[in-house]
Ligand binder design. Structure first.
Ligand code: SAH
Ligand code: MG
Length: 195
């Protein structure tokens, strides 16, 4: 039996603690993708407290999800949340910097979801290409970054992230290896199919 009440609590607590969990419309789109692609293996970069990984696991029924989180407290909370919903046999939380962990993973993922440090998106992409199946998808959240990515003038605080997100968008839209769609839903979602 799915524990709806516990699930609601996990989402509510994440929102209260200002954890940047996936937005509802972005999640709906990814659920559609999961329905269509029927993935067996999903890799997520940026677990936070496990909310998105839990949503993917519920939606896909059988996919195994590997998810990476840098922050120890968040990773521990994610592990707790995943246990509460009895999804621990399908979601593996890995603690550490994805930059170091990605080169050690076994390839063959159907879907990779990038949702961590914006200034590392290009590194995640380069490593992700080696891990995703041919015909698979690399998704990246927050690529439009509240519109800053389209703006000529940005506050110093956002400038580095904006530069890296633009680099990411340039790579996935110009390199013929990818077929990319950028959606203006949530905070911007890039969907790249690997040819
Ligand atoms: N996917 C989650 C939200 C992730 S928020 C959800 O929708 O529910 C982004 C997370 O990425 C943060 O918890 C942050 O600690 C983590 N993060 C940032 N840089 C990282 C890195 N280099 N490696 C792994 N995790 C990272
Ligand atoms: Mg996000």
């Amino acid at each position: 039996m799915f524990k709806q009440e516990e699930f609601n609590k996990i989402k509510q607590k994440a929102l209260e603690n200002h954890i940047p969990i996936i937005m509802d419309d972005t999640l709906e789109k990814i659920k559609e993708i999961i329905d269509k692609e029927n993935p067996k293996r999903i890799l997520e970069i940026g677990t936070a407290v496990g909310y998105s990984a839990i949503c993917f696991a519920i939606c896909s029924k059988e996919a195994i999800i590997d998810t990476i989180e840098l922050d120890e407290n968040r990773a521990n909370e994610a592990i707790e949340n995943i246990k509460t919903l009895e999804l621990n046999d399908r979601i593996n939380v890995m603690l550490g910097d994805a930059v170091n962990i990605l080169p050690n993973l076994k390839s063959g993922y159907d879907i990779i979801f990038i949702d961590a440090a914006k200034s590392k998106y290009s590194i995640f992409l380069d490593e992700g290409i080696k891990l995703v199946k041919k015909g698979g998808l690399i998704l990246a959240d927050n690529v439009l970054y509240k519109g800053y990515v389209m703006s000529d003038y940005n506050k110093h605080k956002q400038r580095t992230a904006v530069r890296h997100l633009r680099e990411y968008i340039k790579e996935v839209t110009e390199n013929p290896m990818f077929e990319t769609e950028i959606l203006e839903i949530g905070d911007g979602l890039a969907i790249s199919k690997i040819n």
